[in-house]
Design a protein around this ligand. Sequence first.
Ligand SMILES: C[S@@+](CC[C@H](N)C(=O)[O-])C[C@H]1O[C@@H](n2cnc3c(N)ncnc32)[C@H](O)[C@@H]1O
Length: 288
Amino acid sequence: MAVALNPHDSALALAGMDEAVFARWVALLERRTGVVVAPQRKPFLVSAVRARMREVGYGNFMQYFEHISAPGAGAVEWATLVDRLTVHETRFFRHMPSFDLIRERWLPERLGNGIGALHAWSVGCASGEEAWSLAMVLHHGLLGHGGKVHFGVTASDVSSAAVATARAAIYPRGRIEEVPALYRAKYVEMRGEEAFTPIASLRKRVAFARVNLLQAAAAPLQRLNLIFCQNVLMYFARERRRELLDGLAGLLEPQGLLLIGPGEVTSWSHPALTRVAWQGTLAYQRRD
Ligand SMILES: C[S@@+](CC[C@H](N)C(=O)[O-])C[C@H]1O[C@@H](n2cnc3c(N)ncnc32)[C@H](O)[C@@H]1O
């Protein structure tokens, strides 16, 4: 239960987080999300937790930690807090070489091999821009195939608030320039004067879910043709990144493509995957 303090007590109690308490918060976050908070990011963690504690009336980091660690109400509160403790920075077409690889090589090859359906996954979609970009590239690449190739994109994130924003898909007008002109002309429309949104035919191709990458094996996601996992693993410990990539490799269909952010993992390989040579990308394709 929340402990409401008067503002004076609260300010005193919240003045600092000692190293032992910080270590417990770091361990909890890593255990539940995989995200590692380095010592130099302590101010970020402290201010995010402190802001949330003020909102719910807690005056002591350890008391709030105990609340959040408990099942039931703690799980509900955790769902809100996790959104504050994760970084959601993203853009449409953020990593253009990855989209070029899909558009110029991978998709034409799949179509040449007579693929009948495509299922893509944006693993840490934040506010959705990556998933919408993927949907635009796939929709456009499949034009001319007479609707014979069905495609869908699943967009997921550990943060339910991020997933809700991605699903709402209302973006400020100023960011429309991130969408290349070709796709902008076809796949987005204005919502009033100040916002834009993907068109309805694109919306029906994208499904949203809260999925924790640490529990991806339990999610109903299998036989994927494309997995986009960019700017997510960089927040995880190196050894954990390899384990998670092994898991993602197991979800790919033959010829399926895994796209990671360049530099997010070094010297990882998987017996069923081949590294794809495409400038500026870190991509792996599953063999038959
Ligand atoms: C910096 S954003 C990257 C967004 C997008 N992929 C891009 O490259 O622009 C990282 C996202 O990963 C999500 N994330 C962190 N830990 C996660 C986990 N264990 N499972 C799923 N998503 C996670 C965060 O909530 C955040 O929205």
